[in-house]
Write a protein that binds this ligand. Structure first.
Ligand SMILES: NC(=O)c1ccc[n+]([C@@H]2O[C@H](COP(=O)([O-])OP(=O)(O)OC[C@H]3O[C@@H](n4cnc5c(N)ncnc54)[C@H](OP(=O)(O)O)[C@@H]3O)[C@@H](O)[C@H]2O)c1
Length: 321
């Protein structure tokens, strides 16, 4: 089978032939139909993530496809089942082996592409809004990077939970995508003043800020929050970790909340399975509408990661073998 290898951190990825992986006891092998391309995958192959696997390794942390082989002792899953799974590593490949308790069935309404791009973004969104910010129906949520992976999932989940969503992004195409997902209003932060517009659109100050970007927008977003506003620190896609004036946290009794879904998920496997089950229930009930991702062939993994890191992807991307 073919798979995308990181031979050395920061060097271009290469595609190579490998023996087909064989599932052992309690494992299944997935014939990959789509592999999600995540910001974290880009950080890992650049050696810029907190987890640094020894090189060479096959990149790729989530996939969707069909089970093509099962190991001994596997019950409740069969060859041909449509499933998606977090893989840790090894997802940018034609086949990957995962433990049985990591797989989930793909709802009939979801394509392989939607499923491959679902777990990380949507789990982060629900964990952030529900478990960290305790978002209540009717509250306002300002989503930065609204057309990105985390941003889109956040808009979708926030709308499903009855929020008034203000999505912010850097171009009219990206803002159109936010509106299509249900955002109530939008701000183009490449041309508009984020703080002023967010305050106007929320009637005085937003209740929750979701920030996967960091950089210069962070202080404006903090200042846009109202009484008891909660600021969710998700990531630093802009590359710069902002320093924020703490008087702006004291004022209006605001809070800044860290979100480390990845570490939480590793330490709380059962709770993550429940969270994902809640999300899948919302999909089945028609309450969530994950966007179809942009598609790249498997051997274009390098371009897909490069486009993602340089703001050229509008939404999620997947690799298709
Ligand atoms: N804390 C957690 O648990 C957790 C979980 C998942 C992801 N994350 C982190 O969240 C961040 C976003 O992830 P994502 O999957 O949403 O990524 P993404 O799909 O690439 O979206 C990031 C968005 O950031 C905006 N952006 C602004 N400046 C940018 C720059 N200099 N380079 C790239 N993008 C820039 C872009 O929107 P505009 O062009 O519209 O500005 C882009 O759509 C990453 O740092 C990731 O590591 C954290």
């Amino acid at each position: 089978m073919r798979a995308v290898q990181c031979l050395e951190y920061g060097q271009p990825l290469s595609i190579a032939e490998f023996d087909d992986p064989k599932p052992r006891e309690g494992q299944v092998c997935i014939e990959v139909e789509a592999a999600g391309v995540n910001y974290v995958d880009a950080l890992i192959v650049r050696g810029e993530y907190q987890i640094k696997p020894p090189t060479p390794f096959v990149a790729g942390s989530e996939v969707a496809g069909r089970i093509c082989a099962v190991g001994s002792g596997v019950e409740g899953a069969s060859v041909g089942d449509r499933v998606f799974s977090m893989t840790g590593f090894g997802g940018f490949a034609e086949r990957v082996v995962v433990a049985l308790d990591r797989i989930n069935r793909i709802p009939d309404s979801m394509s392989a592409g939607q499923a491959a791009a679902f777990t990380q973004s949507y789990s982060t969104a629900l964990f952030s809004l529900r478990d960290r910010a305790h978002l209540a129906s009717g509250e306002s949520v300002l989503v930065l990077g609204g057309a990105g992976g985390v941003g889109r999932a956040t808009i979708d989940v926030a709308k499903a939970r009855g929020a008034n969503v203000i999505a912010a992004a850097s171009s009219s195409e990206k803002l159109d995508a936010c509106r299509a997902l249900g955002a109530d209003s939008v701000i183009d932060y490449s041309t508009e003043d984020l703080k002023t517009r967010a305050r106007e659109l929320s009637g005085g100050g937003v209740d929750v800020v979701v920030d996967p970007i960091g950089g210069a927008l962070a202080e404006q977003a903090l200042r846009a929050m109202g009484y008891l506003g909660r600021y969710l620190v998700i990531g630093f896609a802009a590359g710069e970790i902002p320093r924020l004036p703490l008087n702006q946290v004291l004022l209006r009794n605001r809070s800044i909340l860290g979100v480390d879904w990845g570490a939480w998920m590793i330490a709380n496997g059962a709770a993550q399975r429940e969270l994902l089950a809640d999300l899948l229930e919302m999909v089945e009930a028609g309450q969530l509408s994950p966007s179809e991702p942009s598609v790249y062939p498997l051997d274009q993994a390098e371009s897909a990661l490069d486009d993602l890191m340089n703001r050229r992807v509008n939404g999620k991307a997947v690799l298709v073998p």
